[in-house]
Design a binder for this molecule. Structure first.
Ligand code: 5AD
Ligand code: SF4
Length: 449
């Protein structure tokens, strides 16, 4: 146990919301050892880099961040530096040979045991240079790790880790291991603690949340019903849904769960059947369209977001046009778009050529985003003059007025300007939408409702 209470740690997080959640979880554990969090890397006694391996750029950024800590270590030989998560898992030993000053490299399952490894390091001779810890086992189940002090308006909580789908471009199954659902008992305990800390919105996370419980006889529907009964929680969201696992039964069930919001994130990745097959996505464009119809049949006002990759191996202009067409046909509210980035270790890296030129990937990305923006604006314009329930998440001050930022149940960002601070964060207000842009809505408070 550290007894110098002035010990400070700095944590840098790359990647998805699941990484953000992991960093919160790990930070709480480190604070229990007596460390204080700092946002100034220069004053830290412990630097942690939580990494993402999905695209090359994220890997590059994480390794540059690690490289930059070398100078800090030279100034302060007692400084501990660790790299954790997906890149740690992917590169392992190579990190230690390329960055020998690193103190620990903990993979995606070992990183939760960080307090144990920190105590080990405290008892070893850091200056000896041969102390570094490398732990990459993917064997154990991750159990018994919960956050306790989260008090934001909206909180992430991972419910499924890993993935069994092996989309050919994706590194996740290799660095995160097989699908593993947390027990609903543990999740509900964690959400109860969040509710008593005044969290209003729960965002359930997983690479593929709809398969929650498959491995331990539970289901996402049941979990949503149970969270719906927790006092204080007003909204529930879930990300990400693989199209093949969103069943009619699931949608029929969730449409009646009051706190579950009208939004689904359901990536289609490509609109070409040829590309979907080589991506191993396990559905066709026709099946995707049918699924979207089914979802909208039960929940007509649902908003739909998606992920799309351009320039995958073998993607021709015709394939790309089919992606544009699918986006248009499904009237997707907003997209997350990516240029295909071949990842060593994946199936596509081994078997297919990265044959779309970078300049062409960039062109396609721009064409795609221009169309997506146009559709987003059309979708958002439909909100004008409607009344929406908005949960307020942040507030900023500008020239004597207060700008509130919140979201509709359908996950649209809403801005509201007031002359005084009459609303508290975490409140839900009825808002009349008076303007719309590609990325947000603008509203005014509806009085007397
Ligand atoms: N290249 C580009 N995008 C990728 N994604 C996953 N792997 C890759 C890759 N190798 C995208 C997918 C996924 C999102 C999280 O990241 O669209 O849904
Ligand atoms: Fe990767 Fe596919 Fe699993 Fe998503 S579903 S994490 S894209 S392998």
């Amino acid at each position: 146990m550290l007894n110098e209470s002035s010990q400070k740690f700095f944590i840098k997080t790359f990647g998805c919301q699941m990484n953000v959640y992991d960093s919160i979880l790990i930070s709480e554990k480190i604070k229990k050892l007596g460390y204080i969090e700092t946002d100034n890397i220069k004053e830290a006694d412990l630097i942690l880099i939580n990494t993402c391996a999905v695209r090359k750029l994220a890997e590059h950024k994480a390794l540059s961040e690690l490289g930059a800590t070398k100078k800090l270590k030279e100034k302060n030989p007692k400084l501990l530096v660790g790299i954790i998560g997906c890149i740690a898992q992917k590169l392992g030993k190579k990190i230690i040979s390329d960055f020998p000053f690193v103190d620990f490299v903990l993979g995606t399952k070992e990183m939760y045991k960080i307090p144990f490894y920190l105590q080990k390091l405290e008892n070893s001779d850091i200056s000896s240079g041969s102390h570094n810890i490398l732990k990459l086992s993917l064997d154990e189940k991750i159990e018994g790790y919960k956050t306790e002090h989260v008090n934001s308006v909206s909180a992430f909580i991972t419910i499924v880790r890993g993935c069994n789908n092996f989309c050919t471009y994706c590194i996740v199954p290799f660095v995160r291991g097989r699908e593993e659902s947390r027990s609903s008992k543990e999740i509900l305990e964690e959400i109860n603690a969040m509710a008593s800390n005044r969290v209003k919105e729960i965002v359930l996370l997983g690479q593929n949340v709809n398969i929650f419980g498959k491995d331990n006889n539970e289901s996402l529907e049941d979990l949503l019903y149970k969270i719906n009964n927790i006092n204080g929680i007003e909204r529930i969201r879930y990300f990400t849904s693989h199209p093949k696992d969103v069943t009619e039964n699931f949608i029929k069930n969730v449409k009646d769960i009051k706190k579950v919001c009208e939004h689904i994130h359901i990536p289609f990745q490509s609109g070409s059947n040829k590309i979907l097959k080589s991506m191993n996505r396990k559905y066709t464009r026709e099946e995707y369209i049918e699924k979207i119809h089914m979802i909208r049949k039960y929940i007509p006002n649902i908003s739909i977001t998606t992920d799309i990759i351009v320039g995958f191996s073998g993607e021709t202009e015709k394939d790309f046009n089919e992606t544009l067409d699918l986006l248009e046909t499904c009237k997707i509210d907003s997209i997350y778009s990516f240029k295909y980035s071949p990842r060593e270790g994946t199936i596509s890296y081994k078997n297919f050529a990265d044959d779309v030129l970078i300049i062409e990937k960039e062109r396609r990305l721009k064409v795609l985003n221009d169309l997506a923006n146009q559709i987003s604006l059309e979708c958002n314009n439909k909100y004008i003059s409607t009344i929406q329930e908005v949960l307020w998440e942040s507030i900023s001050e500008n020239n004597n007025s207060f700008i509130y930022e919140g979201r509709t149940r359908s996950y649209k960002k809403v801005f509201l300007t007031l002359n005084n601070k009459e609303i508290k964060l975490g409140e839900i207000s009825k808002v009349k939408i008076i303007g719309a842009s590609v990325f947000s809505l603008y509203g005014e408070i509806v009085k007397g409702v």
